[in-house]
Design a protein around this ligand. Structure first.
Ligand SMILES: [Zn+2]
Length: 414
């Protein structure tokens, strides 16, 4: 039995633990969360770890280091899911970590650092509308005011936590001492097609992309669709359409470092078939692994949209509504993952992560590293069509074992 087959079987077991019998949906503090947490804790114990479910519902397994006071390296990912999810997003990083520690345990390897595998309770943020609750708590960034947040049914986080068997009073104690944490590393399916298209099973993540989100308003002049001649119209929707294509073109010219998406578009009042659209609102989401590239892009996109607005006689409103800095992966951890990949006979390619991950929060605490694993089906994720092969799960876990076995903690002192 390879690591890969075991992990895929475990993904199938956990994939059946859902709050919806038809599809996989496992959100925070539900009975499905509890059942899955208990199963994961059992597997951690089977791999030679002490395991418990913490005050917020994270599952934490600990494999002691060679000395009692050794610092800790934390690995893992999340155990919650989106609605109608795939099986591998998040869980792969948990199960691969458990398998890797199980292998070290089987061989009697103890490192000069303890290894903890964490299954974070909430990364996706489906239930309470804010994300990465588990990793925020470990990183010391949990705001107890969030306990009053309510889910769609009106249940507060505090009340859901009590029902689950958590302990709100103990949340501040979950925060780790940064001086004791050597690093955080996360294995995750890529959730995109880059490795698949390049023919690579594994990749080293260079940075988790930062994001800027802009709400754009275009104001023109509504008019009668039949009586207003074409010259001199101030059609807000036609102007927005030109802007959207310009945004796409700008990002396409810089596709190696940037992505930009217009995901929402609304004509004021819903629009009417016989009215020239007078006002339109749309959103832009810009992401890059490099903050300077992203900031420059937002400025350039605004200039292009303003130029289009001027040509078409409409006015532009531009509101940056969200900014998130990129989280660079530590170069020393990147190199250590590259060596671990090369040790499997594979080319250590590097790529940024366009999606957010728990590692972004854990970066407050310690240097971070990420290993990406190829997913199939065109890279689709957050969808039941999400796939990975047993061979890829296997080689990723062997690379993680090699990484854990050879990492020199002296190079990471921070
Ligand atoms: Zn994920």
């Amino acid at each position: 039995m390879t690591f890969g087959n075991t992990i895929l079987e475990q993904c199938a077991v956990l994939g059946a633990i859902s709050e919806d019998p038809q599809v996989l949906t496992r959100t925070y503090l539900t009975p499905a969360h509890r059942r899955a947490a208990d199963v994961i804790a059992g597997w951690m114990r089977g791999a030679g770890m002490d395991a418990h479910v913490d005050a917020l519902g994270n599952v934490v397994g600990r494999y002691a280091g060679a000395t009692p006071n050794a610092p800790v390296l934390i690995t893992g990912s999340h155990m919650d899911s989106v609605v109608d999810a795939g099986r591998y997003d998040g869980l792969f990083g948990v199960l691969s970590g458990i398998a890797a520690v199980g292998e070290l345990n089987r061989r009697g390897v103890r490192r000069p650092f303890a290894i903890e595998v964490v299954a974070f309770a909430d990364e996706e943020g489906v239930r309470f509308g804010f994300s990465m609750i588990g990793s925020k708590a470990l990183a010391g960034a949990f705001d107890t005011g969030w306990l009053a947040r309510r889910d769609a049914a009106g249940v507060t986080l505090a009340s859901a936590l009590a029902t689950f068997g958590g302990d709100a009073d103990a949340i501040p104690d979950l925060a780790r001492d940064p001086r004791r944490v050597l690093a955080f590393v996360e294995s995750h399916i890529e959730q995109g097609p880059v490795l698949l298209d390049g023919g690579h099973a594994l990749g080293v993540v260079t940075a988790i992309a930062g994001a800027s989100r802009v709400r754009v308003t275009v104001n023109g002049l509504a008019g009668h669709a039949g009586t207003t001649p074409m010259p001199g119209r101030k059609d807000a929707l036609a102007a927005a359409a030109a802007m959207i294509l310009a945004i796409e073109a700008h990002a396409s010219e810089r596709a190696a470092t940037l992505v930009a998406t217009v995901g929402k578009l609304a004509v004021a009042g819903g629009g009417a078939i016989n009215v020239i659209p007078g006002a339109v609102e749309f959103t832009i989401d810009v992401r890059s692994g490099d903050d300077a590239t992203r900031h420059a892009a937002v400025i350039a996109l605004r200039e292009r949209c303003e130029a289009i607005a001027a040509t078409r006689g409409v006015t532009l409103g531009w509101d940056v509504v969200f900014e998130l800095a990129a989280a660079p992966c530590d170069p020393r951890l990147q190199d250590a993952f590259a060596r671990a990949i090369a040790a499997q006979g594979l080319a250590p390619v590097r790529l940024p992560s366009g999606a957010g991950h728990d590692a972004m929060e854990m970066a407050r605490l310690a240097p971070i590293g990420m290993l990406f694993v190829r997913c199939g089906n065109g890279g689709i994720s957050h969808n039941p069509l999400e796939t990975m092969t047993a061979d890829d799960a296997d080689v990723a876990t062997r690379a993680l074992v090699s990484f854990l076995e050879h990492l020199d903690p002296a190079t990471l002192r921070h």
